[in-house]
Design a protein around this ligand. Structure first.
Ligand code: AMP
Length: 257
């Protein structure tokens, strides 16, 4: 689903679902487009594509960690440290944070997809700096989706948002040429974000100030990676999470903390 308002991107989401779930999920995506906090969409596109079972790449969710910081600056510093531990150069990490904080698309707007950043040099590699790379064709097996949403909401987190981010991070982490991912939302009231690297998704709060409408994603790419193959995997290879990994146990630990 892609929703816009007076030509501006408003929200986008997708699900990899069985035929039996198509109608319910299409309605859920439409409701989401019409109920966005930044305004009601005037244009909504819902596209449905077939995916053969044989094409599916199966994967598991990363482990989960939660870090609440004293403010935006310490949270961003921690993000830099986590990225460095994963092998991202400090300059590359800071470049990404600066770009997300200012609006990474031309005119300091929010991108529709993610930046690709060379993990060593910090150079931006995506062909289109407004669209970026959009991770697509991803989902979680139906029974695990409900299980995950229960686990996440019982921990007091936003079920749909965190579950979807975990699935996206799982697909991104599965790509050997992506060293790490950094994300925070463009929703003005959602201040948490994450660094995903080394099979762990570390939720960081707050990565931005209340009311800030900027956010985005950065994928840190191994130098010399084949960008065509990497982009094709992210945008076209169907990826289905069939294993929740240790999320239930991890979330119990961090909800107690
Ligand atoms: P969200 O987590 O949905 O609030 O999205 C945060 C930012 O991530 C957006 O502003 C986009 O720049 C980017 N983004 C959203 N969806 C995708 C996607 N499917 N693939 C890559 N980047 C995305």
């Amino acid at each position: 689903m892609h929703a816009s308002h007076i030509g501006e991107h408003l929200s986008g989401a997708e699900q990899l679902v069985s035929f039996a779930e198509l109608q319910t999920q299409a309605v859920a995506l439409l409701q989401r487009a019409l109920g966005h906090e930044r305004g009601c969409a005037d244009t909504v596109h819902i596209t449905i594509d077939p995916v053969a079972h044989s094409e599916l790449v199966l994967g598991r969710l990363p482990a989960l960690a939660n870090r609440i910081c004293d403010g935006v600056a310490p949270a961003r510093q921690l993000a830099v440290r986590l990225l460095e531990t994963a092998g991202v150069d400090c300059i590359a990490a800071r470049t990404a944070i600066e770009a997300l904080a200012c609006g990474a698309a031309p005119g300091q707007r929010v991108m529709r997809g993610a930046m690709l950043i060379d993990a060593s040099s910090g150079v931006r590699l995506e062909a289109d700096q407004a669209r970026g790379v959009r991770v697509s064709r991803l989902g979680i097996a139906a029974q695990l989706r409900s299980e995950l949403e229960v686990i996440v909401s019982e921990a007091g987190l936003e079920a749909a948002r965190v579950s979807e981010a975990l699935v996206l991070a799982a697909k991104v982490q599965y790509c050997p040429d992506i060293v790490a991912e950094l994300c925070w939302s463009d929703d003005p009231s959602y201040l948490s974000g994450y660094v995903a690297a080394q099979q762990t998704y570390t939720r960081l709060t707050p990565l931005k100030a209340t009311g800030d409408p900027r956010g985005g994603r950065a994928f840190f790419v191994r130098p010399g990676a084949d960008l065509g193959a990497l982009t094709s995997y992210l945008e076209h290879s169907p990826f289905l999470v069939t294993d929740l990994g240790t999320v239930a146990e991890d979330i119990r630990i961090f909800s107690r903390a």
